[in-house]
Design a protein around this ligand. Sequence first.
Ligand code: PEP
Ligand code: MG
Length: 370
Amino acid sequence: DKSKILGFITTAGTLNSHTSVLARTKGIPSIIGVGESLKVEYDGKSVIIDGFTGKIYIEPDYTTLTKFRKKRDSNLNYRKNLEKLKGKENVTQSGQRIAVLANVANREDIESVLRSDAGGIGLYRTEFLFMENDTLPTEDQQYLEYKLAAEAMGSKPVSIRTVDMGSDKTIREIDEGKVRNPALGYRGIRLLLNDEDVFYTQIRAILRASIYGNLSILLPMVTSSEEVSRAKEIIEKVKDDLRSSKILFDEDINLGVMIETPAAVMISGELARQVDYFSIGTNDLTALTLGVDRMNPKVEELFDVEHPAIMKMIRIITNNAHLEEKPVAICGDAAADLGLTEYFIKVGIDGLSVEPQKVLSLRKKVREIR
Ligand code: PEP
Ligand code: MG
């Protein structure tokens, strides 16, 4: 229950691991990967967590406490000021419009998306629905979850990513085997095409929920056109089955792919012909392009999303998408990096999907750009 968590500190992990990504999505201050310096004897003590600088203060004295209360208040004030931007458009000074969307992990996050005034949900990470219990969620459980998102967002788009299990998101019921490099292993679309029941059930749940709003299906970790063709065949089969049972669904539901592997970048021209939109996952794209494990603190310094290779890839993907007149958004954590907004807009990115708490600061940034 996130309402009971003021913040947390972990010994392991990096800023790019999913625990960290989730904490940002939920707006929970956290410090990741402090190693041995987190000692058992700190148990029960008061702690200040400064997520901006990555500093921890144990049993702070009065002066420190006052200083940080002020820092917290000024951050709250800054956020309050941003509220003025609610209802305003995401348009640059020169008139370029860009979609500012939000990332969510489960139903709890939808309220903060509504509060943030985002233009939709650019990435619904469904893994957490699968990780909550010992057994896989049923079709009806999933249907209710997606229906809630669809209804809450109304006509605004909601991009439901089919479950990207594997790597650091493990699910008890799915055996990945003991592997050295899970990030390069049995995960994402590979697992879904191999374990068709999981995929079929999830697609059925999404399609059933699609009549309640503006849902689309997003495929994770794609590396080939064949994977997309195969996924489309299964989606068509689900649609046929629903039609035979006279169950309604959105016949025009859009299909998108995550561009988060170097292979997907290189074949983005072909992929753009197969699907309706792209969503760039800069987290995995950076990890896989630079050969840097998202989970390994020893190489965290090398996890450089601004590396010229990644910047160039974003340009290639956007050009290939636009040649086929397909929109492209970024939903990896780089989307929220205000130092990159201008570059993204310059190359023609159509949308940015960020944690709900960052929506208004991104809107502010977009509106300032000339
Ligand atoms: C990404 O890889 O950038 C992404 C958005 O997916 P995830 O972080 O869930 O792997
Ligand atoms: Mg990813």
